[in-house]
Design a protein around this ligand. Structure first.
Ligand SMILES: N[C@@H](Cc1c[nH]cn1)C(=O)NCC(=O)O
Length: 420
């Protein structure tokens, strides 16, 4: 049967507006990360409370991935992106007027829930509107384009926060999310390939079990966990205070340096996409190589006597940023090991990895910083280089856990492929 809508101009239009919704989602997600110091003042919060904001949002995001995957297979991407944009608009509006920790947390929960609906929905749109080699390439590019949302947090949002204050800045972010709600309703369609809401015989539990039974789904989860937890930890909470309060960088320089994440995603994403498509058998090695690079650079920076030179911090950020494109390899494992009927669920499962890893890491780092502050007699210096050195070393524990499970699941996946 001919399918003229595939790869058509309309397909690009639909994908373009879906990407705008994802760019908005990333900017809503990362906006709190650049507002860490202002949030500490506004909510009179300790490091642990500040970490709690990111952790709560991540728990909600990660916890919603599997239900979102199941809903996606049932209702299709258009409804989920629409609901996600509306929830994020409401959450940021609530955060704009919040004056205490519980109100702020409610706002972040709403943002986390809305955010959770967007990325996996955009991935699900791809096979409905595109065919052939465009699908794997656009999978990488979706992750890459989305990172442009960080630029919005880093530059206009951060500048607005410093000049116009908390309420105005978060209200504007809410307006942005609402605008993508309107454009999604107007332009995003599921396409002729979408069969409509499914009333399949498979229960949610059996779909999850089916996806989890595939060693490729589990390898995808641990790949996403190990490649993405450090970048999420850095971007969402601890990177900015570490650069400013630990490494003594000027706040404008530190927030400008966050754009390194975007540049690396834009440069490395397509390269890794092409490599993964051509040499699929080496996918896990690419991911492990990038993880090794990240750990080596963290070791250099944390062991550096005194504050590290700017160029070393830049190399650290480049290597941590490489974890973003590397994490997309996890989705490639899910796609190539699972049948289409459970692909949404498998993608959702994989996408929890880097976020589960990050919320554990963010929380433990906050806990260690507070403990060290107390041990020092609560001298008022919550963030200092010595404390950051100890607290951020926790990342090595998490990486060791992730690498171990990647190697275990890789062996099982290879055995599974050999038996096929
Ligand atoms: N790690 C990202 C993808 C990515 C690609 N380039 C940089 N990052 C990811 O898994 N995103 C999921 C999401 O919901 O945004």
């Amino acid at each position: 049967m001919s399918q003229p809508h595939l790869n058509s101009t309309k397909a690009w239009l639909v994908y373009g507006f879906a990407i705008v919704a994802y760019i908005s989602a990333i900017s809503q997600r990362t906006s709190f990360g650049v507002a860490g110091i202002e949030a500490t003042e506004r909510f009179h919060a300790s490091a642990q409370i500040l970490a709690t904001f990111s952790v709560v949002q991540l728990v909600v995001y990660a916890g919603a991935q599997v239900p979102v995957g199941l809903l996606l297979d049932k209702f299709g991407p258009r409804i989920l992106i629409t609901c996600g944009a509306l929830l994020m608009a409401a959450g940021q509006a609530f955060l704009a007027i919040s004056v205490n920790v519980p109100m702020g947390l409610i706002g972040r929960v709403m943002v986390g829930m809305g955010d959770a609906m967007v990325f996996v929905s955009v991935l699900k749109l791809l096979p409905l509107w595109f065919s052939g080699s465009k699908i794997p390439v656009l999978t990488q590019l979706t992750g890459t384009f989305g990172q442009l949302g960080q630029l919005i947090s880093i530059f206009p949002f951060h500048m607005m926060l410093l000049n116009a204050g908390w309420s105005t800045s978060f209200s504007v972010m809410s307006g942005f999310a609402f605008a993508t709600f309107i454009t999604t309703i107007a332009f995003v369609r599921n396409g002729n390939g979408w069969a409509g809401p499914s009333h399949g015989t498979h229960s949610s539990r059996s779909r999850i079990a089916q996806a989890l039974k595939q060693p490729g789904t589990r390898l995808g989860f641990w790949t996403h966990f190990t490649t993405a937890f450090m970048i999420n930890t850095f971007m969402m909470t601890w990177g900015y205070p570490f650069l400013v309060e630990g490494q003594g960088l000027d706040s404008a320089l530190a927030s400008g340096m966050m754009s390194i994440f975007v540049v690396v995603a834009v440069v490395l994403g397509p390269v890794l996409g092409a490599l993964t498509a051509r040499r699929a058998e080496h996918r896990s090695n690419y991911a492990l190589g990038i993880i090794g690079l990240m750990l080596a650079m963290w070791a250099v920076v944390l062991c550096w006597p005194g504050q590290a030179p700017l160029w070393v911090l830049i190399v650290l950020m480049i290597s941590v940023a490489a974890g973003g494109p590397a994490s997309v390899i996890g989705f490639d494992f899910a796609r190539t090991f699972n049948p289409p009927r459970v692909l949404g669920t498998a993608t959702g499962l994989v996408n929890t990895g880097g976020f589960i890893g990050a919320f554990i890491t963010i929380y433990v780092i906050g806990f260690i910083l507070d403990m060290l502050n107390k041990a020092n007699g609560s001298s008022g210096v919550l963030y200092n280089l010595g404390s950051f050195r100890i607290a951020l070393s926790f990342q090595f524990v998490m990486a060791a856990l992730g690498i171990t499970f990647m190697l275990i699941e890789r062996r099982k996946a290879r055995r599974y492929l050999a038996e096929q």
